[in-house]
Design a protein around this ligand. Structure first.
Ligand SMILES: Nc1ncnc2c1ncn2[C@@H]1O[C@H](COP(=O)(O)OP(=O)(O)OP(=O)(O)O)[C@@H](O)[C@H]1O
Length: 239
């Protein structure tokens, strides 16, 4: 079953086209990776899916409904959750309080109703031990995990991860990958933008390549990474 479908989606900022007739589907439960050079339009694509940007043309369907013109809050309530490239938790609040804020706003429920959910998400993201620590004092891996946890607290059916693996040591990256694999195994659909390719390809089943806002490749990660076009355009290798 398809959970997300983009059809001929386009977006320009003035003369700069950042999404150029983009079409693809994501099946429920699947993990899709998105790669492409800096400025290719990857984060813009996320903003179009979450509703933070509105497309100039084309349509976006999520979970059986046309969400093309639906505002971001409503898309979040319907099950689209995201992490941000630069984690910005409430530093003065504890980890648990940060989750409560995300869960009450993202699910439209009271603190009492979401408490158990937040405890479960802390376990899922291996953050239980630091639940009562202020977010401002967390190490980088923990800040990344909190970013994951905050996105999960909105109870997404579709989780969008924006460059979450950057800046970690190899061991920390492996630990984060395990957490993401756990979330994926629990059934959540994932779209993950990432420059750390070995992390991405160890999780995703399909890979989409974006260049100048255009989809230039979509398919099996091994085949995509070995394709001539990707080597030339994305990796800058002449073949
Ligand atoms: N609100 C905006 N107004 C004008 N231009 C923008 C806006 N947002 C993004 N852009 C431009 O659109 C292009 C695509 O940006 P985007 O952030 O989507 O790229 P990206 O593929 O995510 O890059 P990176 O890998 O560096 O994060 C860039 O040239 C960027 O400067």
């Amino acid at each position: 079953m398809t959970i997300l479908s983009l059809r001929n989606v386009s977006k320009s900022f003035g003369a700069l086209t950042v999404a150029d007739d983009v079409s693809f589907d994501v099946a429920a439960g699947q993990a899709l990776g998105i790669i492409g050079p800096n400025g290719a339009g990857k984060s813009t694509l996320f903003n179009l899916i979450t509703g933070n940007l509105t497309s100039d043309a084309g349509s976006i369907h999520f979970d059986g409904a046309d969400v093309t013109r639906v505002p971001p809050m409503q898309r979040c309530l319907s099950g689209i959750g995201r992490s941000f490239q630069i984690p910005q938790p409430f530093d003065h609040l504890t980890v648990f309080e940060n989750l409560l804020v995300a869960a009450t706003h993202g699910q439209g429920k009271s603190e009492h109703e979401v408490e158990q959910d937040c405890v479960r998400i802390l376990e899922q993201t291996e953050m239980s031990e630091v639940a009562n620590n202020p977010a401002g004092g967390l190490r980088l891996l923990q800040r990344k995990r909190l970013e994951l946890a905050r996105a999960m607290a909105t109870r997404p059916k579709l989780l969008l991860l924006d460059e979450i693996a950057g800046g970690l040591t190899d061991a920390e990256c492996t630990a984060l990958i395990d957490t993401i694999k756990g979330l994926h195994a629990s059934g959540v659909t994932i779209i993950w933008i990432e420059h750390v390719l070995h992390a991405l390809t160890s999780v995703v089943e399909r890979l989409l390549v974006l260049d100048f806002g255009k989809v230039i490749g979509l398919g099996d990660p091994d085949e995509i990474m070995n394709s001539r076009e990707v080597k030339e355009i994305y990796l800058g290798i002449e073949v």
